[in-house]
Design a protein around this ligand. Structure first.
Ligand code: S3P
Length: 191
């Protein structure tokens, strides 16, 4: 185990490492690698929601509506927060309900991943792929990303730590994430 991994593990001290932030910031990609390096289980809450619903996310939005998706997401977050020692990638709107924030903070360190809007659009696969994402559908996904980012500023402010991944490749970003946890996670105490 490298020094940074050992230091991150000890600073997290069993709490969940919860990645929050907009679509395309790398929550799932980095979360999976970070979990492997930390020797932890990885949970992607979008995948858990899909498993519960037996539907893919665009189908949940189409057939059941966004509120139904948010209700399922909230249930999944509660079940995730009942466990410890996980790395969790959340959906980009997971902090939209205040009860979700409380649940995740209870035994987790929340790290906000961010990136510039043009980078986010590229990472979600460009305008055409973005249009297939329920919340980015429409004629101008880049404008939609900017609007949603502005609307969500307050939600994302609930995170404990922040990492801008705009100019990093995946392995560099994982290293930066672990180093950030190693330096700062021990200092995060609730109440
Ligand atoms: C959403 C982000 C998506 C997914 C759903 C809603 C959002 O997850 O949860 O489409 O509200 O930003 P990713 O951030 O993993 O793409």
């Amino acid at each position: 185990m490298t020094g940074v991994v050992a230091a991150a593990r000890s600073a997290l001290a069993g709490r969940n490492l919860v990645l929050v932030g907009f679509m395309g910031t790398g929550k799932s990609t980095l979360g999976r690698v970070a979990a492997r390096r930390l020797g932890r289980r990885f949970i992607d809450t979008d995948a858990e929601v899909e498993a519960r619903a037996g539907l893919f996310i665009p189908e949940i939005f189409d057939r059941l509506g966004e509120e139904a998706f948010r209700a399922l997401e909230a249930e999944v977050l509660v079940s995730v927060a009942e466990r410890t020692g996980l790395v969790v990638a959340t959906g980009g709107g997971a902090l939209g309900r205040s009860e979700n924030v409380a649940v995740l903070r209870a035994n987790g360190v929340l790290v906000l991943l961010s990136a510039r809007p043009d980078v986010l659009l590229r990472r979600v696969g460009g305008a055409e792929a973005a249009a297939r994402r329920p919340l980015l559908a429409g004629p101008d996904p880049l404008a939609r990303i900017r609007t949603l980012l502005t609307e969500r500023q307050e939600l994302y402010a609930h995170a404990d730590l922040r990492l801008d991944t705009s100019d990093m490749g995946a392995s560099e970003a994982v290293q930066a994430l672990l180093a950030l946890c190693a330096r700062k996670a021990a200092g995060i105490r609730r109440g």
